[in-house]
Ligand binder design. Structure first.
Ligand SMILES: N[C@@H](CCC(=O)N[C@@H](CS)C(=O)NCC(=O)O)C(=O)O
Length: 316
């Protein structure tokens, strides 16, 4: 059902856009438009079943001007210590600084924080050779439009006066507007494998977070076993596909989503639980090593002590 409503958000227009995927309408991408007009804001839905990236872009450029959002994040941008992402070696496409990524700041309040979801988005941006400005934000520094319009959620990607939250949505957006020579999914050519990858990876982070957040030592063994079971599913898949990536030869969005979480697991369980990922999961170990060594992983990453800082806070 398509709903229409008017929402009051100070100086912010929210535009919800249905973007085509392979089989036309699929993800509903929340879009942010910075048109300044009093304080009444229309939320509308546009069906763009037949839209091309160009038509969407010209629609945006024709109807809106960059205004409050840029200035409201200008301060935050000035805080960024990371600056523009440097898509080294992949022939960076200069989006004229039009892509900004707002993400959780680390312990010093200025450098990149411990967010595996932001890590994922950055890996995709870098893989695609897209230049972007990284803007780490503390909870106190979040711009009003992000808090009011998006519940303060990060990562938040800003492109062409629109904002998108949720790493899955953001990466679908990037894949749609900035497709590479080969798709970052195997859904079209092998939907069964795509489904297998989802099944093998979807429970990993939840199991890890439950284990990490548990402070009752007696509950640790079953929670640890549940995490190992999830990791085992990934190992089994990798044995089947023969790697080096989840779906085999080609890297996909699922790899870029999973690897930052595996980094948290490796660091987190060693630090807080004094255990290591079972070495018997050899395919998983090789997979982790392979991805952790990639430039796009390392250039979007943060030191292990940022992870322990973040989980230390989450466990309080
Ligand atoms: N499902 C979301 C999860 C995002 C998420 O949990 N982000 C955390 C940081 S890792 C966050 O925004 N926390 C609020 C904050 O940092 O202020 C996604 O995929 O983007």
């Amino acid at each position: 059902m398509i709903m229409r409503s008017l929402v009051q958000v100070s100086s912010i227009s929210l535009l919800l856009l249905v973007v085509r995927t392979k089989a036309f309408l699929r993800p509903i991408l929340p879009r942010y438009s910075s048109t300044l007009r009093a304080s009444s804001v229309a939320v509308r839905y546009i069906t763009l079943a037949d839209a091309t990236p160009q038509s969407i872009t010209s629609r945006i450029e024709g109807s809106h001007t960059r205004s409050s959002m840029s200035s409201s994040i200008a301060l935050a941008s000035a805080r960024s210590t990371t600056g523009f992402g440097d898509a080294r070696g992949r022939g960076a496409r200069d989006e004229q600084g039009r892509i900004e990524l707002l993400c959780k700041a680390g312990p010093d309040g200025a450098a990149l924080g411990d967010c595996p979801f932001c890590h994922y988005v950055q890996m995709v941006l870098r893989y695609k050779g897209l230049r972007y400005r990284l803007i780490p934000l503390t909870p106190e520094d979040k711009p009003e439009w992000l808090v009011e319009g998006y519940g303060g959620k990060m990562p938040c990607l800003v492109h062409d006066e629109e904002a998108y939250t949720d790493s899955g949505t953001i990466t679908q957006y990037l894949e749609y507007f900035f497709p590479g020579e080969e798709p970052l999914t195997v859904e079209d050519e092998n939907p069964e494998l795509a489904e297998e990858v989802k099944t093998a990876t979807s429970g990993v982070f939840g199991a890890f977070a439950r284990y990490m957040k548990n402070m009752d030592k007696e509950q640790d063994p079953p929670l640890q076993a549940a995490l190992v079971e999830e990791l085992n599913k990934v190992d089994t898949l990798l044995q089947k596909t023969k790697g080096p990536f989840l779906a085999g030869e080609r890297i996909t969005l699922d790899d870029m989503a999973l690897a930052p979480k595996l980094y948290h697991i490796k660091v987190g369980v060693a630090h807080f639980k004094n255990v290591i990922i079972p070495p018997s999961l050899t395919a998983l170990a090789a997979y982790m090593q392979h991805i952790f060594d990639m430039d796009i992983f390392q250039e979007s990453s943060y030191p292990p002590d940022v992870i322990t800082w973040g989980w230390g806070n989450a466990r309080k």
